[in-house]
Write a protein that binds this ligand. Structure first.
Ligand code: AMP
Length: 259
């Protein structure tokens, strides 16, 4: 699998035929089956798939969370290579290249980004929207794949693409879960064995009809601190901390969910 920095990718892309379909999958690495479901869908729907791995500093509101975010570049490369596709390419940007402005310019949304995760992580979605806009422009893709795992992020990205007339189709992919219901996440790698056993309670709470206070009490027994549990447009969203690890999940309340 060929790996590029930004200028190498832009050069490579400019030499490709303009009719070639490109699918793009941006990630922060520490790849798992959730990421791979996006990559596989893109490989099926496009002639070329570009995956990016970049732990974007501007979207972290907390420096220890940024420092402790899992870095697994070597194993990520092996995982992508194990897909054995000649149509798969990897972009690994560097800060100085992707932020030539040192984050002087940013994309801000002042409605949906202010609730749920945005209420607790100041500036988070500015960082997300800014990096995603840069990456979408660099990719040159016609389609970009995002997981419903980060449903608020997915919604804001769709809205940004619409607002700025970005010529790219945003494809939403369903949440991939572990057998016990826990939504796959790179952050799960930071859980101790005991925390990992308790983490599926977050999904269980989401599927019960509990108010915030009852949910808080329920999760507390498992050493989990509820940050928020909220219904918005037929979707129930949750964020909770297990020790230092912050996990999020969501479900469509119109669908029945079973473990
Ligand atoms: P991340 O590396 O966490 O920034 O995620 C990169 C992309 O993978 C985002 O579009 C996520 O929504 C998506 N993703 C992460 N975890 C999952 C999952 N469990 N199921 C589906 N998509 C996921």
């Amino acid at each position: 699998m060929k790996t590029f920095n930004i200028s190498e990718w832009i050069k490579f892309r400019s030499n490709l035929s303009k009719d070639l379909s490109i699918g793009f999958v941006p990630t922060m690495g520490a790849l798992h089956e959730g990421h791979l479901s996006l990559v596989k869908q893109s490989l099926l729907e496009n002639e070329i798939t570009l995956v990016s791995i970049y732990i974007n500093p501007t979207q972290f509101d907390n420096s220890s969370d940024f420092k402790n975010y899992p870095h697994h570049l070597e194993s990520d490369i092996s995982i992508l290579e194990s897909l054995s596709s000649d149509n798969l390419f990897l972009l690994i940007p560097e800060y100085k290249d992707i932020y030539p402005d040192d984050y002087a310019f940013k994309v801000s949304e002042n409605n949906f980004s202010r609730i749920l995760c945005g209420k607790f992580r100041k500036g988070h979605f500015d960082g997300v929207l800014t990096i995603v806009l840069k990456l979408l422009n660099i990719s040159g893709a016609q389609k970009a794949y995002f997981g419903e795992k980060d449903f608020q992020q997915l919604t804001l990205i769709k809205d940004m693409v619409h607002a700025f007339f970005v010529p790219i189709k945003i494809i939403a992919c369903p949440i991939v879960r572990e057998q016990d219901g826990l939504a796959m996440s790179s952050r799960n790698k930071r859980l101790s064995e005991e925390q990992r056993r308790q983490a599926p309670e977050i999904y269980k709470v989401l599927n019960q009809n509990l108010n915030k206070e009852k949910a808080e009490q329920y999760l507390h027994q498992y050493g989990i601190d509820l940050e928020y549990l909220e219904l918005h447009n037929n979707r129930k969203y949750i964020a909770a901390n297990i020790g230092e690890v912050r996990l999020i999940d969501n479900i469509d309340v119109k669908e029945e969910h079973k473990l």
